[in-house]
Design a protein around this ligand. Structure first.
Ligand SMILES: [Zn+2]
Length: 646
């Protein structure tokens, strides 16, 4: 490299020291972190923890390092309403509330077991939450109704005359209408034996699975959320996420939200002739021998449809995604307010939109628990400088992005623009694929179904071992495997090289330096590697790319072992000055490890912090800028990662 190039590069590059790196990180004023809500019908299993609660907890802890605990809310709770819990309770002969209470308390214990540091784990029907939650939900309905975001439609639904209730599809079974199929427990509109889909009226000999009565089909009205109306606003918002959101999310939401039409491939030749006259678009083949044309906005769509039809191409609007019913004939739920429209009495809000609203009321519960005004929720949800981060499974992306996005727009003073200060701000989404166990989908019938409790209580793993391992899986990119052999190897790494990096300096300090870390210089690769790790760690954490963040931190921890091999702080026969420097450098690295690993393995890092005799204020990203305290007395060495046979 020539001198001039070198100089040039130096001028171009942003300043490379830790304060400058930390300065460049975007810090929201406030942050809410949420994790997908478990249904109140069973225990928290390993899949929940891997895909939602552990990654969300790590992110919440990362946010706390970044902007301080007082500016972060981490909330979750059970999804109590809807037919699932109601029917499960009925079958057990319990009241719904009783049943939910049992499930909730077990789930809550599992969360604590895994150090999921929630500010509140509540639930949509719980007394500390229900009133506020109901008000927010009803307010949403009123605002969306006023904005013409709700369309009323009539459909037929099974009704149980004995229980006097409408039955959700899954609670009606009968004989499959396919005469070549002998399935007598086919569902209301599909048979999972022959795969046939049919109109509910075709089901032969239907039975209510709740009461065993013969149900009847009755007309019922529901509101459908009109997401189509805010298509352009969704596109405008999502376009700002192209560089930060996970690829799988972008693929799904853009594949859905760009307005499109389909026409028969018989018109393909004709289409090719007039293609140039259409607004900017993309085209591809679609199922059913069709061609799909995707436009960039509703206006472009209108223009395109006009041109296509003028040229004799008969096309169909591809808008089925954008109309979803958001009310149900279920008694166990948030009642539709009676002051909006006559004829909707007795209906409740569908649990999906309800669960999207829930984190807002959960935030209010959390604020109250902290002794703060519930009104402060606005600082977290309605300020353009605040952020809401949501962790969920990939199969819920549609709801959390398109349905929620539309509901947020739909509740604004004007739905046809981006939110302004004081209105709900759109959120950021992190999705994860499914966890597999030893190469197979987790299922009770295969015997590879693990609840969170089982791994800790019966199999004896520590929560930190599990948290660490789950964080090394690439669930953000693909379905990943919980392989017990790989887990074992990771635990050996924690008990081996990583523990050694903690124990060597601690033990040398106690045996050779009277338990005092003398002031020294950062030697060897310490300074350069610290700069490197701070850079990669902060970049990866921001995007919740945990396997990469941990990889960088693991490499960094290895420097301690290198310093010990080279300068032998534990051996009096080597030069004193270098031994002091090497020990000082090692403790400087340990201090940084406490900070960087604390989101992943909080219990273990707390033990290490106590040994290092550092105050709790070390849990801050800005503590990466600080030196290790001068002539500092350290505490006792304890067991960090367990040395287990597991
Ligand atoms: Zn069938």
């Amino acid at each position: 490299m020539s001198m001039s190039e070198n100089k040039n590069e130096k001028n171009m590059r942003p300043k490379q020291d830790i304060p400058s790196i930390l300065e460049r990180i975007t810090r929201p004023k406030k942050a809410v972190v949420t994790a997908g809500m478990p249904y109140a019908n069973g225990p928290v299993h390993l899949g929940h923890l891997a895909g939602a609660h552990v990654p969300a907890d790590i992110y919440a802890r990362w946010m706390k390092l970044l902007i301080g605990g007082e500016n972060v809310l981490f909330v979750c709770g059970t999804d109590d309403h809807g037919s699932t819990s109601e029917v499960a309770a009925k079958k057990l002969g319990k009241t719904t509330q009783e049943f939910i209470e049992e499930v909730h308390s077990k789930q809550s214990q599992t969360m604590s077991k895994y150090s999921i540091g929630l500010d509140t784990y509540t639930g949509t029907s719980r007394s500390e939450n229900f009133e506020e939650h109901k008000n927010i939900c009803q307010d949403f309905l009123r605002k969306m109704h006023a904005n013409n975001m709700l369309e009323r439609k009539t459909s037929k639904q099974w009704f149980d005359p004995e229980l006097s209730m409408f039955l959700p599809d899954r609670y009606v079974q009968g004989q499959c209408p396919n005469e070549n199929c002998s399935n007598t427990s086919a569902y209301s509109d599909d048979c999972d034996v022959c795969g046939l889909q049919y109109d509910p009226s075709e089901l032969i000999n239907p039975k209510s699975t709740v009461s065993n009565a013969t149900p009847i089909l009755k007309d019922t009205d529901h509101w459908y959320l009109n997401m189509w109306k805010v298509t352009d606003q969704l596109i405008e918002w999502l376009s700002t996420k192209e560089k930060t959101w996970r690829k799988s999310i972008l693929q799904e939401v853009f594949g859905t939200v760009y307005p499109s039409v389909v026409f028969s491939n018989k018109s393909e030749a004709l289409y090719k002739e007039i293609k140039e006259s259409l607004p900017t678009h993309k085209s591809r083949y679609a199922p059913g021998k069709q061609v799909l044309v995707q436009l960039n906005s509703l206006k472009d769509l209108e223009v395109a449809m006009k041109i296509l039809s003028e040229n004799g191409i008969e096309c169909t609007l591809n808008n089925a995604w954008s109309k979803r019913s958001i009310t149900r004939d279920v008694s166990w739920g948030i009642p539709v307010p009676t002051d909006i429209e006559p004829g909707m009495e007795g209906k409740t809000l569908y649990v999906w939109p309800e669960s999207l609203i829930a984190p807002i009321s959960f935030s209010k519960v959390a604020l109250k628990k902290k002794g703060l005004s519930q009104d402060k929720y606005k600082e977290f949800w309605c300020d353009p400088e605040a952020k809401v981060f949501q962790f969920l499974g990939t199969d819920n992306v549609f709801f959390y992005v398109l349905m929620q996005g539309s509901m947020w727009f739909g509740s604004q003073a004007d739905p046809l623009r981006q939110p302004i200060a004081g209105e709900l701000q759109q959120t950021d989404i992190f999705s994860n694929f499914h966890l597999q166990i030893n190469g197979e989908k987790m299922s009770k019938s295969k015997g590879n179904f693990y609840t969170g409790d089982q791994l800790v209580d019966e199999m004896g793993y520590t929560p930190d071992q599990l948290r660490y391992f789950l964080s090394t899986l690439s669930l953000s990119e693909k379905a990943s495997n919980f392989d017990f052999e790989v887990f074992k190897n990771k635990n050996q790494f924690l008990a081996g090289p990583l523990n050694a990096a903690f124990e060597k300096p601690i033990s040398a300090c106690h045996s050779k330096f009277d338990s005092v870390v003398k002031k020294g210089k950062l030697i060897g690769k310490t300074e350069a590697e610290t700069l490197k790790v701070v850079q990669s760690y902060t970049r990866f954490m921001d995007r919740a790319e945990y396997p990469k963040a941990l990889g960088a931190v693991e490499n960094y921890a290895r420097i301690v072992n290198g310093l010990f091999n080279q300068y032998k702080p534990h051996d009096d026969r080597f030069p004193e000055e270098e031994r002091v420097d090497a020990l000082y450098s090692s403790f400087y690295i340990l201090k940084n490890l406490v900070i960087m690993l604390s989101p992943f393995v909080p219990e273990t890092m707390e033990k290490l912090r106590v040994t290092l005799n550092l105050s709790e204020s070390v849990y801050s990203l800005d503590s990466l800028k600080t030196d290790f305290p001068e002539n500092h007395k350290i505490g006792q060495q304890v067991a960090y990662f367990p040395n287990s046979e597991n």
